[in-house]
Design a protein around this ligand. Structure first.
Ligand SMILES: Cc1ncc(COP(=O)(O)O)c(C=O)c1O
Length: 253
């Protein structure tokens, strides 16, 4: 048995954020601020705000393979379903690798084995916000000709040696969904951190339809619903959402 102290989820919402959820500022202003804030903190080569971390991940997978080719993506064999959802969305071929159960970082031999299958990209995540030093994995991926996706969806706001998590690979994934380090109800961002990722992202962005509210507009969830989901997550009562629904019918309307 491995004794591990799992970090408590911390998904802070202050009064100002709650107030902004009830009386939201104009969405164009808010999105501009979010974009500037991410650009200042992460200093990516380019960035794309998305409706969710899953969409950002799917775009990174699509962008890592040449147009017309089915993406082949290395994924951890243990993780949350969003990784497979993203792979499924872009019809990616998935090659799995194991995690080290002590650290939740990739297991070296298994990661190398996955790279031997010549994926276009490999995804490494910081599970529960516990930072993984991406340096060695990025180097291994690069020498195998694969891009590295730094999935920091569970680690937004965390840093390692002064550098924010999410910028340690070619692509970076952020999520602002319920229960995340910086909860916004929903939302995500795709960061391009290397010249090759930037070029690949530009190619995909050109192929995307013009922005719709999904990518560049206000979140579709009502502010009340977003606030409720974040609070529910903080208190671990998400499982009782349906019951609360009955108790507080006005909350989710
Ligand atoms: C590691 C990881 N990647 C991606 C995602 C997807 O983020 P979102 O919930 O914003 O779609 C999550 C969500 O929990 C996640 O934990």
């Amino acid at each position: 048995m491995i004794a591990r102290h799992q970090l408590p989820a911390w998904s802070p919402l202050n009064l100002r954020a709650l107030a902004a959820g009830i009386i939201p500022p104009p969405s164009s202003r808010a999105l501009g601020r979010i974009e500037r804030r991410i650009a200042d903190e992460y200093r990516p080569r380019s960035l794309l705000l998305t409706r969710s971390g899953t969409i950002a991940l799917a775009l990174a997978m699509r962008a890592s393979a040449p147009e017309g080719l089915r993406p082949r993506i290395g994924l951890p064999a243990w993780g949350c379903f969003d990784l497979m959802t993203a792979a499924d969305a872009v019809d990616a071929e998935v090659v799995l690798y194991d995690l080290d159960p002590e650290t939740l970082a990739p297991e070296q031999a298994s990661f190398r084995g996955m790279l031997a299958r010549e994926p276009h990209a490999a995804v490494v995540a910081h599970w529960f916000g516990v930072p993984v030093d991406l340096g060695p994995w990025a180097e291994l991926a690069r020498s195998a000709g694969a891009l590295l996706v730094d999935d920091a969806a569970q680690a937004v706001g965390a840093s390692l040696r002064g550098a924010p998590l999410g910028i340690g690979g070619d692509f970076g994934i952020l999520s602002f969904g319920r229960g995340k380090g910086r909860p916004g109800g929903e939302g995500g961002a795709l960061l391009a951190a290397s010249p090759s990722a930037q070029a690949a992202l530009q190619g995909v962005a050109r192929a995307l339809p013009p922005p719709t509210p999904c990518v560049a507009g206000p979140p579709s969830a009502s502010p009340r619903r977003a606030i409720f989901l974040s609070l529910a997550n903080n208190f671990n009562i998400l499982a009782f959402r349906r019951k609360l629904w009955r108790l507080l019918p006005w909350t989710l309307k």
